[in-house]
Design a protein around this ligand. Structure first.
Ligand SMILES: Cc1cc2nc3c(=O)[nH]c(=O)nc-3n(C[C@H](O)[C@H](O)[C@H](O)COP(=O)(O)O)c2cc1C
Length: 367
């Protein structure tokens, strides 16, 4: 029996296997509301056979969106549009569905990736950005306004309101986004946080706002439903946030009732050299798992069934999240199940293509 295809329980939610569809922004919403693109995209992924589908970074305010096309959960219209997508997926799929909630901080007001990824220029309807300190992400990016206590309270409340909307929509799991250089990671990293109040200075102070936000959301989220966090694992610089900090942050989240962490990295220091390669962030997940015993999810260039199985078998993580591989092949879990002599859910319409059919000649298209 493969570990990858063994179940994983998080509070009352049983995930049928340990493959997570990693959250992936689609940059295709209008005023934060999803549309037909999302029906197609999530409809396809809901048939993927993965154990958990995490919906893209969904922002808790219009100002907190990365781009004009990012999804949000800050209005009744946003909630109705998301309800349509969820309803569509659930007609044909029993797959557990989670959502990532975030705020882009100083990387808000950006161009979509296919428009260049820079900050929005005059004429492209840019909006003011906010952060822990008045340090721009990179040269040419806007200087963020520093959040005072009232502004921090209102952002925390926006996270809580989005949590309540997600609960009302029947979403199975929420994940707080505190990585990739977005708002909460700018509090964590000493490179982007130069505050002199109780939210800056020591690591304990820099973790304060993300932890307060987590605690407020956890209190608003139903007790039987799991809540996780995508954590910042490293700035990949000598002087920045590192894996020991990630371990301390995960332990503090665990004490507040966090059910799992996904360990990602980068995105704060624009000039950092990230050693991207197969499984390049697995070591960060492993350090967190070994130090805290938390349910830990590894992410980043995990592309093969044997690779994923080995990460679990070696005790380096409890779950793997795949992003680009799931876009490349939305039925990746079917091929992985066939390779590992296991099974995963197929809709009855597709049952004749199941793992047992292939007797070793898996049709990946690679050979
Ligand atoms: C199109 C795209 C959109 C992404 N959007 C998000 C997002 O909304 N939230 C997030 O935490 N990571 C996001 N990521 C990062 C992925 O979740 C993942 O961490 C990263 O791509 C590395 O994994 P991979 O090698 O399996 O692609 C995105 C990645 C891609 C390719």
């Amino acid at each position: 029996m493969s570990l990858l295809f063994s179940p994983l329980r998080l509070r009352a939610l049983e995930l049928p296997n340990r493959i997570q569809v990693s959250p992936m922004c689609q940059y295709s919403a209008v005023d934060g509301s999803m549309n037909d693109w999302h029906l197609m995209h999530y409809g396809s992924l809901a048939l993927s056979g993965a154990g958990l589908l995490v919906i893209e970074a969904t922002h808790v305010s219009a100002q907190g969106r990365i781009t004009h096309g990012c999804s949000g959960l800050y209005s009744d219209d946003n909630a109705a549009a998301l309800a349509r997508v969820l309803g569509f997926c659930r007609v044909h799929s029993a797959m557990p569905i989670g959502i990532q909630l975030g705020h882009a901080g100083r990387k808000a007001s950006s161009e979509r990736p296919w428009e260049g990824r820079g900050s929005l220029k005059d004429g492209a309807d840019p909006w003011p950005v906010v952060a822990a300190s008045d340090l721009p992400f990179a040269e040419g990016w806007p200087v963020p306004a520093v959040l005072d206590r009232d502004a921090l309270r209102s952002i925390r409340e926006a996270f809580v309101r989005a949590t309540e909307r997600a609960a009302a929509l029947g979403i199975d799991l929420i994940e707080l986004h505190s990585a990739h250089g977005y708002l909460l990671s700018t509090f964590l990293s000493p490179l982007s946080n130069r505050r002199t109040d109780e939210y800056g200075g020591s690591r304990e102070n820099r973790m304060r706002f993300p932890l307060e936000t987590f605690a407020a959301m956890r209190a608003a989220w139903p007790a039987e439903r799991p809540m996780g966090v995508r954590i910042h694992g490293s700035d990949w610089t000598d002087s920045g946030w590192g894996v020991d900090d990630a371990v301390a942050y995960a332990a503090a989240l665990q004490a507040l009732g966090c059910d799992y962490v996904t360990v990602s990295s980068g995105g704060v220091a624009s000039a950092a050299q990230i050693p991207v390669g197969p499984g390049y962030q697995v070591g960060l997940a492993e350090a967190v798992r070994r130090a805290t015993g938390m349910v830990t999810c590894a992410v980043g260039m995990i592309t093969g069934a044997a690779q994923a199985e080995a990460i679990l078998a070696e005790g380096r993580a409890d779950q793997v999240a795949l992003a680009r591989a799931m876009l490349f092949n939305p039925h990746w879990p079917w091929a992985a199940a066939a390779a590992l002599d296991s099974n995963t859910a197929l809709p009855p319409q597709y049952a004749r293509a199941g793992a047992a059919t292939w007797r070793g000649t898996i049709p990946t298209g690679a050979a």
